[in-house]
Design a protein around this ligand. Structure first.
Ligand SMILES: Nc1ncnc2c1ncn2[C@@H]1O[C@H](COP(=O)(O)OP(=O)(O)OP(=O)(O)O)[C@@H](O)[C@H]1O
Ligand SMILES: [Mg+2]
Length: 370
């Protein structure tokens, strides 16, 4: 059976969601649309928090999150509605996770003060992605918010956070990890493990100190991995839940359309649907005349009043319609590919959009209320 485009509206989609994730290739307008969706959802009465990634300076100022904020959420002052914004700080999230699961302050200090943790573990790409998912889970569980809107980084790997909880669970089950932490249970010291032939070889390559720190780091985890595992399962469930909606942002150019299709297929690969496609930066259409109708009018005017302003106007109009038609054609493959997704269209603005008023108007456009 062929799927059919959903007849639902973007508004209905967001109203029934707890999390909305905006993804897409670089520069298409992910941060702008994530902020726009948040502003409009807040105007409609939701208490909304947007997690942004590296917003343009003026947008960060408008959202009140310029500068170093750690994991704080900042209230965004809107004419209508309650909204907060935050930037993802993977390291602060990781520290928080360790504090939550550790049995006492000593264990917290041992892990947070470990050089392997400071320099390597909290920066590894897998842990960055897991912490993005973890932070989303924390905000989702925060009673202050009804809806979390997530902006994603400009990378093809942006959706890796969907797999991150499973990877963490696999890691905790991995025999190398089990083996590394096992001696801690038997009371063996780091030095004894580091003396194993294989680790002596690794130690020669990466440095004995680094190896000792790494082993100490994993051993310090003793007793808290169960908490990690249970949490990873909950995070995984949230990411796959029907209350979490994935929105792919695109613009009407062949390369970004292809990239958007890549994102739709990546979402499908991880077992989630693309709920909506936002096509941003579309040439606005003025009037309802088709290109054919305008060409007929131009022919008539060329014969009847070749020097008229009306002819110039019609020619300009025909050019704009031709661009809009070409854009519609360029996004067709994406809309066919994501054939069950709701489609929202956003017009190209004459100026960059960085302030809350213009982003709010994009929000109303996305929700079909303009
Ligand atoms: N509809 C629009 N009309 C005009 N300018 C727009 C529109 N949407 C976004 N912009 C501008 O395009 C630029 C890129 O937008 P934005 O930062 O939201 O994209 P992004 O996908 O988050 O980028 P990155 O991949 O770098 O994170 C910004 O300067 C923004 O103001
Ligand atoms: Mg961005």
């Amino acid at each position: 059976m062929t799927k059919r485009r959903s007849s639902g509206s973007f508004a209905a989609l967001v109203d029934s969601a707890k999390v909305v994730v905006c993804c897409g290739s670089g520069g298409v307008g992910k941060t702008t649309t994530a902020a726009a969706v948040a502003i409009e959802a807040a105007r409609r009465g939701g208490r909304v928090c947007v997690i942004t990634i590296d917003p343009a300076r003026r947008l960060a100022d408008a959202l009140g999150i310029a500068g170093e904020l750690g994991n704080d959420t900042t209230r965004v002052v809107l004419p209508e509605g309650e909204m907060w914004a935050t930037m993802l700080d993977a390291r602060a999230t990781f520290d928080g996770v360790i504090r939550r699961h550790a049995r006492d302050e000593k264990q917290v200090d041992r892990i947070l003060g470990n050089q392997f943790y400071v320099n390597v573990a909290s920066r590894l790409s897998g842990s960055q992605e897991y912490m993005a998912a973890e932070r989303l889970f924390e905000l989702h569980n925060d009673d202050r918010f009804d809806l979390i809107v997530v902006d994603t980084p400009p990378s093809r790997e942006a959706l890796d956070f969907l797999d991150a909880p499973q990877k963490l669970m696999n890691f905790l089950d991995h025999r190398v990890y089990r083996w590394l932490i096992a001696p801690a249970r038997g009371g063996l010291k780091v030095l004894n493990i580091a003396a194993q032939p294989i680790l002596r070889t690794i130690g020669r390559v990466i440095g004995a100190d680094v190896l000792a720190d790494a082993i100490d780091f994993f051993q310090a985890f003793e007793g808290i991995e169960e908490g990690f595992r249970a949490r990873a399962e909950e995070v995984q469930t949230l990411l796959r839940s029907s209350e979490t909606r994935y929105v792919v942002v695109a613009s009407p150019r062949h390369d970004t359309v292809n990239e958007a299709m890549y994102f739709v297929s990546q979402l499908g690969r991880t077992g989630v649907d693309t709920s909506a496609v936002i096509v941003n930066r579309l040439q606005p259409r003025f009037g309802k005349h088709s290109a054919t109708k305008l060409r007929g009018e131009i022919k008539r005017l060329e014969a009847e009043s070749p020097d008229s302003d009306e002819l110039v106007l019609h020619r300009n109009m025909a050019d704009l319609v031709a661009v809009a038609d070409a854009e519609d054609k360029s996004i067709e493959p994406l809309l066919t590919f994501a054939d069950s997704a709701i489609v929202a269209r956003v017009a190209l603005r004459a100026d960059d959009v960085h302030d809350l008023t213009s982003i709010g108007s994009i929000g109303r456009e996305i929700f079909g209320d303009h």
